[in-house]
Design a binder for this molecule. Structure first.
Ligand code: TYM
Length: 334
């Protein structure tokens, strides 16, 4: 609790291009949560180096992501937006929690299995213990709720298990976090293979809409989206292509699935794909504009980065000191 509000934490990796899946599944849902919660939104750059990064590029992407948080409507005066690498408590608590996590648990993580298949030449220890660092992110802020898309649920379950295990030994140290899944958009799928999630790391650029794609590109990618042989716009489990487009249109337009089906009753895939493309482009346009403005205002963005890192560091340190004392590290002499 801070100022009577429950704590909320979430983060996003600065790797690759941020996709429409990240926006609809995460960012868009984050915007208004500060009315109810004390919100911390982190750019998780420590997690990013589990896969090899070009340093200048990583720095640029991390800053762009922080600006994107603001451009998407997250008010930096009311939410704490910061880089994970600016708060050393993440790594320090991560180490301690490693000692409370079993290899059997980490072996079960599907994201580790997927990523190690993709990066077979660099299956490093960081990739393996990635979920423990994520647990540290969440527990450091005594988070009550964690908004995430469906793909991160397994990591959140592990976080709860680690916290519970620690509390069983040392008393009530950590708040046990709950998932906060947005009403819609929890799982946006690839436009080229709707059985796979839309992912920043997909090698086919037509599979994902990137938040920074221009209008023409967005419309072109939706036109090329893989759909099935039917022609009707109906939401059905065995039509994953059209179902995904209906999901996207529904979240982007704020209409229910039934309203979407009704709107396109009697129309074909071509009309529908165009409408989805135009609606998504309309949603992203103001974000592009705000992002451009922020890119030109270095002093403002720097000010946010400095102030928010201090705030996050202060809160993180309180938990870290408590944990260090519990596990038996010697007190600091001042
Ligand atoms: P990341 O960077 O892969 O994704 C950021 C957020 O976007 C959601 N997301 C999606 N939602 C719907 N459809 C999709 N296709 C889609 N793709 C991604 C993710 O669920 C996530 O909410 N490990 C995390 C980052 C992280 C984190 C944390 C999150 C590190 N520490 C602590 C929450 C709390 C990750 O790689 O997310």
């Amino acid at each position: 609790m801070l100022d009577g509000k429950k704590m909320l934490f979430s983060g996003m990796q600065a790797t690759g291009n941020i996709t429409l899946g990240n926006y609809l599944g995460a960012l868009k849902n984050w915007v208004n949560l500060c009315d109810e919660y004390e919100c911390f939104y982190c750019v998780v750059d420590l997690h990013s180096i589990t896969v090899r990064q070009e340093p200048a590029e990583l720095r640029k992407r991390a800053r762009n992501l922080l600006m994107l948080y603001i451009a998407a409507g997250i008010d930096p005066e009311k939410n704490c937006l910061y880089y994970q690498s600016h708060v050393s408590g993440h790594a320090e608590l991560g180490w301690i929690l490693n000692c409370f996590t079993y290899m059997g648990e980490l072996n079960r993580m599907t994201q580790f299995k997927d990523k190690s298949a993709k990066h077979a030449d660099n299956i490093n220890g960081g990739l393996y213990t990635y979920p423990v660092l994520m647990a540290a992110d969440i527990l450091l802020f005594q988070s009550d709720v964690v908004p995430v898309g469906a793909d991160q649920m397994q990591h959140l379950e592990l976080t709860r298990d680690i916290a519970q295990r620690f509390n069983n030994v040392y008393g009530d140290v950590f708040t046990i976090p709950e998932a906060y899944v947005g009403k819609a958009g929890a799982r946006i799928m690839s436009l080229q293979d709707p059985t796979k999630k839309m992912s920043k790391s997909d090698e086919n650029p037509n599979a994902s809409i990137y938040i920074m794609d221009d209008r023409d590109t967005i419309i072109r990618k939706f036109k090329r989206a893989v759909t099935d042989s039917d022609t009707r716009i109906i939401y059905s489990e065995d039509k994953p292509g059209i179902r995904n487009l209906i999901d996207i249109y529904s979240v982007a337009s704020g209409k229910t699935i039934a309203e979407v089906e009704k709107e396109f009753d009697g129309k074909g895939y071509g009309d529908f794909k165009l409408a989805v493309g135009e609606t998504v482009a309309d949603v992203l346009e103001p974000i592009h504009k705000r992002f451009d403005e922020l890119s030109k205002d270095k002093a403002y963005v720097d000010g946010i980065i400095k102030a928010n890192a201090e705030k996050a560091g202060y809160i993180a340190n309180k938990t870290l000191r408590k944990v260090q004392k519990k596990v038996g590290f010697p007190e600091r002499i001042r």
